[in-house]
Design a protein around this ligand. Structure first.
Ligand SMILES: [Zn+2]
Length: 83
């Protein structure tokens, strides 16, 4: 009788551990992706301000993709390169 109780407790512990592992897996990954998005900052080569990469304005300058804070900065940067 006591042995049966131990088995039940053991099974419950294993079950809750497996459940926790299954639940924490994808949640942890999502958290990491979110944190990565926030911390990834890029510098505008024209006005030197830092902007989050996902909000930056992308422009091709001299064959390279560059990130700017705004379209104005991208255009001014291109103008600056011409002269
Ligand atoms: Zn700028």
């Amino acid at each position: 009788m006591v042995r049966l109780l131990i088995y039940i407790v053991l099974l419950y512990v294993i079950y809750s551990l497996v459940k926790r592992l299954l639940l924490s897996g994808p949640k942890e990954k999502r958290k990491k992706d979110h944190a990565g998005m926030i911390s990834e900052m890029v510098q505008d080569p024209f006005c030197k301000t830092y902007i989050p990469k996902n909000e930056a304005y992308r422009a091709i300058v001299g064959g390279n993709e560059m990130l700017f804070c705004s379209k104005e900065c991208a255009e001014k940067y291109k103008e600056k390169l011409k002269y």
